[in-house]
Design a protein around this ligand. Structure first.
Ligand code: HEM
Length: 433
């Protein structure tokens, strides 16, 4: 592995270790690692036992530059998430040599990637989303009413904001778009949590198994396949105007989309479409509960809501990392990158980069400018970014005018995962009208 040759840019072992530790993403140690790296080794090589060496991009500018150069830095050549060598071997054995269990947009490169992305892109553009605004608002209102129903005669209530509010609203929105019946939402929620939370002791399905067996949960993927196979067959026989029908009946190069790739499409939209948004929403309420001054600022000026949305996404950065693979030898960021080298994009570090953000560790509802990069950049930039922002904006428009105060009512907790993580528990006490 050629990155081994870059000895002068090797990250000290104790600094590199947390990058591969799911718990470091839950207890905040990863932010210390990132701070150290930005200052001392902003583009170094992590050599962690049991993991192929990889470059670690922690600066805002480097993350954007790698993301922009899609021909030079591929998604599909190796795993797009950080996995250990054992897990990688298990996947390749199962998948006939491929490093991927699924073939979704994030595992593809040109020329295939644009052909698949274009199929659904129009759905997620602001013009199309606008026609759903009222429907989304009624779902947001229902979520806020549910919270209000938990209050006493004085308007005071307590809840776990994650499990009682934040998780359900974006789930309902994306399942509506997909065409998944409401009765199946608990199943989708559980499967998504098991997928992204595979390494979390509370969320993963096989908490007792060794790390390499938890990194990719074959059982969860099989359950997703079985579920969406039935949906796909139904929409081919009885197409409707939902997104599942569009995917099921789409054509690539004049041929019907394959079942394997249709499954990948359903799974990425169904999973990426809610967990990330709930995490940003819960992360924002957590920060507001801890920063009453910011809450008051927002209450006195509701026109700050769009800026709150950007700041919540920066603050939480639910997608922590993605991997890329170099397709050629290249000099990048004063380093010699070799063809085949694996690189990690650390979005949460880019979003705390002192070179770009004033007081990056402060949560500010009126941060301007806010060049957060939590949706990525380049050809793979988040397909659902406008939807995510719209959902959050609408929820805050419904909630903030009615919410008079909010404070923590217990110990919040973050999920333990290297790829996608966010609050898994947020006990709050609040007053509503
Ligand atoms: C706060 C919420 C969200 C965050 C932080 C987020 C973050 C991301 C990131 C970092 C990527 C990879 C970008 C890159 O490689 O440059 C991505 C891709 C993607 N996201 Fe999101 N996402 C969010 C919400 C959504 C929603 C609501 C959907 C609903 C459809 C969605 C669907 C996707 C899809 C399909 C991709 C793959 C795009 C591609 O590879 O072409 N995401 N997202």
């Amino acid at each position: 592995m050629s990155v081994m040759t870059a000895a002068e840019h090797r990250i000290p072992a104790a600094i590199a270790q947390p990058i591969f530790e799911p718990s470091a993403y839950a207890d905040g140690r990863i932010f210390e690692t990132y701070r150290w790296l930005r200052k001392n080794e902003p583009f170094g090589v992590a050599e962690i036992e049991g993991v192929d060496p990889f470059w670690v991009a922690v600066r805002h500018a480097d993350i954007l530059e790698i993301s922009r150069q899609n021909d030079l830095f591929h998604n599909g050549d190796r795993s797009v998430t950080l996995v250990g060598q054992d897990a990688d071997r298990m996947v390749r054995e199962r998948m006939g040599g491929s490093p991927h269990l699924l073939r979704t947009l994030v595992q593809m490169d040109a020329p295939d990637h644009p052909k698949y992305r274009i199929l659904t892109q129009a759905w997620f553009l602001p013009q199309n989303l606008r026609r759903m605004e009222e429907q989304i608002r009624s779902l947001a209102r229902a979520a806020v009413d549910k919270m209000a129903a938990l209050t006493d005669a004085n308007g005071i209530g307590e809840c776990d904001f994650v499990s009682q509010v934040a998780l359900h609203y974006p789930l309902r929105v994306i399942m509506n778009i997909m065409g998944v019946p409401e009765s199946d939402e608990p199943r989708m929620l559980k499967l998504t949590q098991e997928l992204f939370g595979a390494t979390d002791p509370d969320l993963g399905r096989q908490a007792d198994k060794p790390r390499e067996e938890r990194e990719f949960d074959f059982g969860v993927i099989t359950d997703f396949f079985n579920y969406f196979n039935a949906i796909s067959a139904d929409r081919r026989a009885h197409p409707t105007d939902d997104l599942a029908s569009l995917i099921a009946n789409s054509r690539i190069d004049g041929q019907p989309i394959s079942d394997f790739e249709a499954m990948g499409y359903y799974i990425i939209v169904a999973t990426a479409g809610h967990d990330t948004t709930s995490s940003s929403t819960a992360g924002a309420l957590w920060a507001l509960a801890q920063n009453p001054g910011e809450f008051r600022k927002l209450k006195s000026d509701l026109s700050l809501i769009p800026s709150l949305v950007e700041e919540s996404i920066r603050w939480t950065t639910p997608v922590k990392t993605f991997m890329r693979t170099a397709t050629a030898n290249v000099r990048f960021a004063d380093r010699d990158i070799r063809k085949g080298d694996w690189l990690m994009l650390c979005y949460a570090s880019g979003n705390r980069d002192e070179a770009v953000f004033d007081e990056p560790d402060a949560f500010r509802v009126d941060r301007k400018p806010n060049k957060q990069l939590a949706f990525g950049y380049g050809a793979h930039v988040c397909l659902g970014q406008h939807l995510a922002k719209m959902e959050m904006r609408i929820l805050w428009e419904e909630l903030i005018p009615r919410l008079e105060s909010v404070e923590l009512a217990g110990e919040p907790a973050m999920s333990q995962a290297v790829f996608v993580n966010g609050p898994k528990r947020l006990p709050v006490r609040f007053k509503m009208r």
